[in-house]
Ligand binder design. Structure first.
Ligand SMILES: Nc1nc2c(c(=O)[nH]1)N[C@@H](CN(C=O)c1ccc(C(=O)N[C@@H](CCC(=O)O)C(=O)O)cc1)CN2
Length: 288
């Protein structure tokens, strides 16, 4: 079997084109241009690339974005003050704090400070709670990106065993919530596993759909994958200056039915979904 390669770059570009049309319609109806305020603290080179790509994607979709760069010595109090300003600024619809933050800043306190109505990353406990209850206000960007890739690739999820490898707040847990809930590209039977799971290989081998989000390069090998499984690789790891996923692509592609590459798989969808959430935030603001 040779896996169908899921082209995330292409699907993300198509999604962004559709969004651009929705943004134009929304602007015609309301006069409002969705505005994303992105905050970058410190000098992490990968983060600088991601926020630049987010800015470009906003511009292409007809949205406004403002990037607020803060030095790595910025205190937590200063960052919280900036977030408070954006919370109160009605011209800002979405607020994004690029992660990771420098070690002296407590991430959770910062993410909790973003008003839930502008929380386009869907990190705020109120939005995570709504998601868990199956009535999301925003969709978590990377997990939603995986779901859209499955949908666009015609992969049936309902009744399938989806195994999510990784339990992070940003991908693993919300991914499981999206796949298990009622609705399209959902209704899966979901298992979350992680580095402390006993007999991990036996668990991942049960997956009809395996989502790898463990943050370890080439962690998923052929023996961990059931032949014919769909493999979605969320990992973005730099190894010797090269970007690799959490899945050993060369080993796994020959036995999977579909697989996402890294780069060019799930990553580009994260930004497309962020734009979608920013439009949702602007719609929420327009309703008042
Ligand atoms: N506030 C947030 N911080 C972080 C998030 C997030 O969703 N919100 N996710 C990651 C980084 N990230 C977006 O911020 C992100 C990572 C990777 C890509 C992407 O398109 N990757 C490309 C390769 C790009 C490259 O060459 O480096 C790919 O996989 O093809 C987009 C967004 C952590 N922080």
């Amino acid at each position: 079997m040779t896996a169908q390669i899921i082209d995330g770059k292409k699907i993300a570009a198509e999604t962004r084109e559709l969004l651009a049309k929705e943004v134009a319609l929304f602007h015609n109806e309301t006069g409002i241009t969705p505005h994303l305020a992105a905050i970058l603290v410190g000098e992490d080179p990968a983060s600088a690339v991601y926020v630049r790509n987010k800015e470009r994607a906003c511009a292409k979709a007809g949205m406004k974005s403002t990037l607020h760069k803060l030095p790595s010595e910025t205190t937590e109090a200063e960052l919280l003050e900036m977030i408070e300003q954006f919370n109160d600024d009605s011209s800002v619809h979405g607020i994004l704090v690029q992660l990771p933050l420098p070690g002296h800043i407590e991430e959770q306190r910062v993410l909790d400070a973003v008003t839930p109505l502008k929380d386009v990353d869907c990190f705020h406990p109120e939005n995570v709670g709504l998601l868990a209850q199956g009535r999301p206000r925003f969709q978590p960007c990377t997990p939603r990106g995986v779901q859209v890739l499955l949908e666009k690739s015609g992969i049936d999820v309902s009744g399938k065993h989806a195994v999510v490898l990784g339990r992070s707040e940003i991908v693993g847990k919300p991914m499981a919530m999206l796949l298990v809930q009622k609705g399209p590209v959902a209704n899966a039977t979901v298992t979350i596993c992680h580095s402390r799971t006993a007999n991990l290989k036996e668990v991942t081998r049960q997956a009809d759909i395996l989502v790898a989000a463990i943050g370890k390069p080439n962690f998923v090998t052929a023996e961990m994958v059931k032949p014919g499984a769909v493999v979605m690789d969320v990992g973005i790891n730099s190894v010797d200056g090269k970007l690799v996923g959490d899945v050993d692509f060369d080993q796994v592609a020959p036995i999977a039915s579909s697989i996402t590459p890294v780069p060019g798989g799930v990553g580009p969808m994260t930004i497309a979904m962020l734009l979608d959430n920013t439009l949702t935030a602007a719609r929420i603001a327009a309703k008042g």
